[in-house]
Design a protein around this ligand. Structure first.
Ligand code: SF4
Length: 394
């Protein structure tokens, strides 16, 4: 594979397909079961068709109605006329030596998003984006530097899982048992977990995120358990309350600080939703049946900002009685970032204090160090280069 910089140039030069004047077809890719049933009812077909089509799209990765062999010829033709199954185009892939793979996908209109696959011994995690850029301006975040562009549609969110599944499936060696075709079970084993931890704040794109998550947990689609689908948020309190009612999957709270004074500096949304109210909302989210979903506190380790032993003790006191585990994340620097990561010795000391206080505490392994691993870094690079190309022309 060529070096990333060469590929980036290719991305810039690729023509963008604009579907402009053609009549718009309905994209079925992002529809969960209720929406798909409503679609079939609206066109005068039986709602049970929704389950059939859902399986074809998400379990078998089909994007052509002609391949749906248990659907009548007449309906296939009708669907081809009015509907489509369309995912964003993968325009760049970076693969790190540890197997971490990052895809850059181009959306209609020319924006780009990132999706990352992180393979581990016993699982494979796909990190999915929910917005183009982000408005929340966390000071340690590469995506924040791009500002906010737009929300992703439910199709653009689930397309990241759909596409990654297909691409990974193509790479699974064909077995003697199935020499011509990899089985669906093999496909689904490659991605065992999904985290909405890519570009954007998922709870600020609530309806589209929830529809995509419904597909992730639907047995007719990807069939992931609630423990294996995680929404990561900096804490949009009203949306958290709604989420509990509509789609109570696992939650990762990007806390990053043990008190409001520090958090306000690095997560501006904290001014609106301070820590105490936020943790109360999390308690509500996890009240009742907690076994089906997990609660993780994310804490990025920034040297001299939030990493003292005093901060660790403060964090331990703050989280008392919350049923959570804690992930300490070594800061992944990006060009022009204002911070440096805490030294590993400091991070271990921080972890030990939390563990002694009774918390399951992990230090996240840094993955994909030889590619643009910080979230938003690759899309940011492409955007920056696009800008430069445009201004050179003017
Ligand atoms: S950390 Fe998350 S919420 Fe904060 S700016 Fe980055 S993408 Fe947005």
């Amino acid at each position: 594979m060529p070096e990333a910089p060469e590929l980036l140039e290719q991305v810039i030069e690729q023509p963008i397909t604009i579907t402009g004047n053609k009549p718009q077809k309905v994209n079925l890719l992002g529809m969960d079961l209720p929406h798909l049933k409503a679609f079939f009812t609206e066109i005068g077909e039986k709602p049970f068709r929704a389950v059939q089509i859902l399986k074809w799209i998400h379990q078998f990765g089909v994007d052509n109605f002609d391949d749906m062999s248990n659907v009548s010829q007449a309906l296939r033709q009708r669907l081809s006329d009015i509907a489509e199954i369309r995912a964003p185009q993968v325009v760049l892939e970076q693969k790190a030596s540890d197997g971490t793979t990052k895809w850059l996908m181009r959306l209609d209109g020319g924006n780009s998003i990132e999706t990352v696959f992180i393979p581990e011994d016993n699982r494979g995690t796909l990190c999915v984006s929910s917005q183009v850029g982000c408005a929340l301006d966390c000071s340690f975040c590469s995506t924040a530097r791009q500002g906010f562009n737009r929300n992703l549609s439910s199709a653009e969110i689930i397309a990241q899982l759909w596409t990654a599944n297909k691409m990974l499936n193509e790479r699974i060696p064909k077995t003697e048992a199935s020499p011509n075709k990899n089985s669906q079970n093999e496909t689904r084993r490659a991605i065992t977990n999904v985290v909405l931890m890519g570009m954007g704040e998922p709870l600020l794109n609530f309806d589209n995120v929830v529809q995509a998550v419904h597909l992730m947990v639907d047995d007719n689609a990807y069939g992931l358990s609630k423990r294996r689908v995680t929404i990561s948020t900096v804490g949009v309190i009203p949306a958290l309350k709604r989420l509990r009612e509509e789609c109570d999957v696992s939650l990762a709270l990007s806390l990053h600080a043990p008190n409001d004074a520090i958090r306000e500096k690095i997560v501006p949304l904290n001014k609106k939703y301070p820590i105490k109210e936020l943790l109360d909302a999390c308690r509500y989210y996890f009240s009742g049946d907690t076994k089906k979903k997990q609660f993780t506190i994310e804490y990025v380790m920034l040297a001299g900002i939030n990493d003292s032993t005093r901060n660790a003790h403060e964090l331990a006191r703050l989280l008392r009685k919350l049923p959570c585990k804690i992930n300490l994340i070594p800061f992944n620097p990006f060009p022009e970032s204002d911070y440096v990561s805490s030294r590993m010795q400091v991070i271990k000391q921080f972890r030990d204090i939390l563990q002694k206080a009774g918390y399951v505490t992990m230090i996240r392994k840094t993955r994909g160090e030889d590619i643009d691993a910080a979230c938003g870094q690759l899309a940011g690079k492409v955007k920056d280069k696009s800008r430069r190309v445009n201004s050179d022309k003017s």
